[in-house]
Design a protein around this ligand. Sequence first.
Ligand SMILES: Nc1ncnc2c1ncn2[C@@H]1O[C@H](COP(=O)(O)OP(=O)(O)OP(=O)(O)O)[C@@H](O)[C@H]1O
Ligand SMILES: CC(C)(CO)[C@@H](O)C(=O)[O-]
Ligand code: BAL
Length: 296
Amino acid sequence: MGNFEVIRDKAAMRHWTRSMKKDGDRVALVPTMGYLHEGHLSLVREAKARANRVVVSIYVNPGQFAPGEDLSVYPRDLENDLAKLEPMGVDAVFNPYDLYVRDQSDQDSGLIASDSNGSGHETWVRVERLEKPLCGVNRPMFFRGVATVVTKLFHIVEPDVAIFGKKDYQQFRVLCRMVRDLDFDIEMVGAPLLREQDGLAMSSRNVRLSAEERQKALSISLSLRAAEESVRKGERDASVLIQQVQKTITEAGGHIDYVEIAEQESLRPVITLNCPVVLAVAVRFGNVRLLDNVEI
Ligand SMILES: Nc1ncnc2c1ncn2[C@@H]1O[C@H](COP(=O)(O)OP(=O)(O)OP(=O)(O)O)[C@@H](O)[C@H]1O
Ligand SMILES: CC(C)(CO)[C@@H](O)C(=O)[O-]
Ligand code: BAL
């Protein structure tokens, strides 16, 4: 389906890129977990502006979900994803069967890479300080899984440039740091966060919100906009802005994982806004955990 190749095998993927590069092509990679929406498609457009060959990877990475998280209910619809990519001018979709080496004992017990004790897969990439704050507090294994799978994707696809959304702000910063520290010869691009018309940050998980939860979740983007407005009017005290956001979201029934204001690259918390910062939040409505942020 589609005017692109769907590649499921690691060796075939590597061979594809190498043959493109032999012809002088520049290859961009857009890593995703599928269930594509306009946010993902905006990354594809960004990729097309920066390379003449675009690969989209679709892989729900078990290694970044802790036991008890939403791996089993993470939304998936490969056929629809391929249909959405068809008019986009993508050259290849990498949809691997499995990216991890697993021993027979892992397979028999149904263990996934994140809770395997290393019988099949035992190598992890950690970005030691940046993985700890914000999402790292409630998901301590998450960035280890992301950094590891993105390393694997980079080794398999060998792109010249990779595009990530700034909706997952800390993820982008962690991966930029990894690329810098480990000398990957890959240009990292952070694309702007895309919102629904009513302000909700686009996310594959939005589909798991009930109508009522979705309505209440609008408090997140509303609170961020109000905080931006407060900064415009002169507020510089981070704790005042954080409390303002917390109040709006809590009153709407959201359970806050964090509301924080941090320096944009180091993600170190700030007390007074006197440098470029990100105001970042993670909030649960029902069983759905949503991220949002604004750069100020
Ligand atoms: N609203 C958005 N704007 C810009 N980029 C986005 C947006 N949503 C997702 N992305 C980016 O798309 C890439 C793939 O993300 P992923 O497949 O996990 O989708 P998602 O919508 O973030 O799903 P989730 O519900 O798991 O958060 C990531 O780089 C992510 O930052
Ligand atoms: C970067 C990523 C594809 C790694 O699995 C994932 O975390 C995502 O979709 O944001
Ligand atoms: N986009 C982030 C992927 C995750 O939450 O697992």
